[in-house]
Design a protein around this ligand. Structure first.
Ligand code: MEV
Length: 309
């Protein structure tokens, strides 16, 4: 069954839109799909946790994005695709890119077209451009490849990174849906207003992403945690954090996490906390302030492309 991964951005969101490095990891959940050739018009059924959220060919953004992926995959023939997604949308967990990659793979399978990971990621970008205007491509790259990757916009290849051990992350959801498009636009406005300051902020994030990749390879978790805190501070200066995200990060650090930051576009959505040996304490602290969370074990073999059926 075609599949694609949801993700967390460990370092580098927003700066990656402007050509800096991002460092992201696949989650052990995402989207699955099935497709078949049909007569007449193509159709898409989109379900979240088995509940239908989009059906058929309504004239809206989903239909336009579907059309963009059908064209990008190539080949011909109408297809009927069903997608099931297991992460909330608007939470910064790459739900949209996971849907797009699972969709592209189902279309390719039904039409008998070869589609490697790089092409699947390009299909995700065609989908994402409808919803978010200026995607860096990092979400599509992780959705297609899985694993842990270092990514830079415009580079022909992505760089897989093997962590020096399993990274125990807690992911906390504010429950506030966020719009990546409006957060990316807000950062672009700040860049236009104060280019010298914002470019330096992006450079700082870039340095953290590159250094963190080395620390993660070596399993130096304490250093990684400190760099997450710094990355979060720089994101806060770009005004993409919220009160709930700040509360989640503080509660996680108080419960023993080595570092915490928002993940994805911000403005709501999720935060992550690096908490080796402390995941129960962090989840309990979050529960105490009304925050739902789960544990993601980054670098465990199940979250790699090879583990896909
Ligand atoms: C969204 O997951 C990450 C952002 O950097 C946007 C993008 O890279 O396209 C905010």
């Amino acid at each position: 069954m075609p599949r694609a991964f949801a993700k967390v951005i460990l370092f580098g969101e927003h700066a990656v839109v402007h050509g800096r490095t991002a460092f992201a990891a696949a989650l052990d959940r995402g989207a699955t799909s099935s497709g078949r050739r049909v007569e007449g018009a193509s159709r898409l059924d989109l379900r979240a946790w088995n509940k239908v959220v989009f059906e058929g060919q309504a004239d809206d953004d989903v239909a336009r994005a579907f059309g963009a992926v059908l064209a990008e995959v190539g080949g011909d023939g109408a297809v009927d695709v069903t997608i099931d997604v297991q992460v909330p949308g608007g939470a910064g967990l790459g739900c949209s890119a996971a849907i797009a990659v699972a969709l592209a793979r189902a279309i390719a399978e039904a039409r008998g077209v070869a589609l490697d990971d790089r092409r699947a990621a390009e299909c995700a970008n065609a989908w994402e451009r409808v919803f978010h205007g200026n995607p860096s491509g990092v979400d599509g790259a992780v959705a297609a490849h899985g694993g842990v990757i270092k990514f830079r916009r415009g580079e022909a290849s992505i760089h897989p990174v093997v962590p020096g051990g399993v990274m125990e992350l807690c992911v906390g959801y504010t429950g506030e849906p966020s719009s990546t498009k409006s957060m990316v636009e807000s950062v672009a406005r700040q860049l236009a207003r104060r280019p010298e300051v914002v470019e330096r902020t992006f450079d700082g994030i870039d340095t953290l992403a590159i250094k963190a990749a080395e620390a993660i390879k070596a399993g130096r978790w304490y250093e990684v945690g400190q760099m997450m805190d710094l990355n979060h501070a720089l994101l806060t200066s770009l005004m993409v954090s919220t009160e709930s995200l700040e509360r989640i990060c503080h509660a996680a650090r108080d419960a023993g996490a080595m570092g915490a930051k928002l993940t994805g576009g911000g403005g709501g959505g999720c935060a992550i906390a690096l908490a080796p040996g402390k995941t129960d304490a962090v989840l309990a602290a979050w529960k105490g302030i009304g925050i739902e969370g789960f544990v993601a074990r980054i670098g465990s073999p199940i979250v790699s492309r090879e583990a896909m059926p």
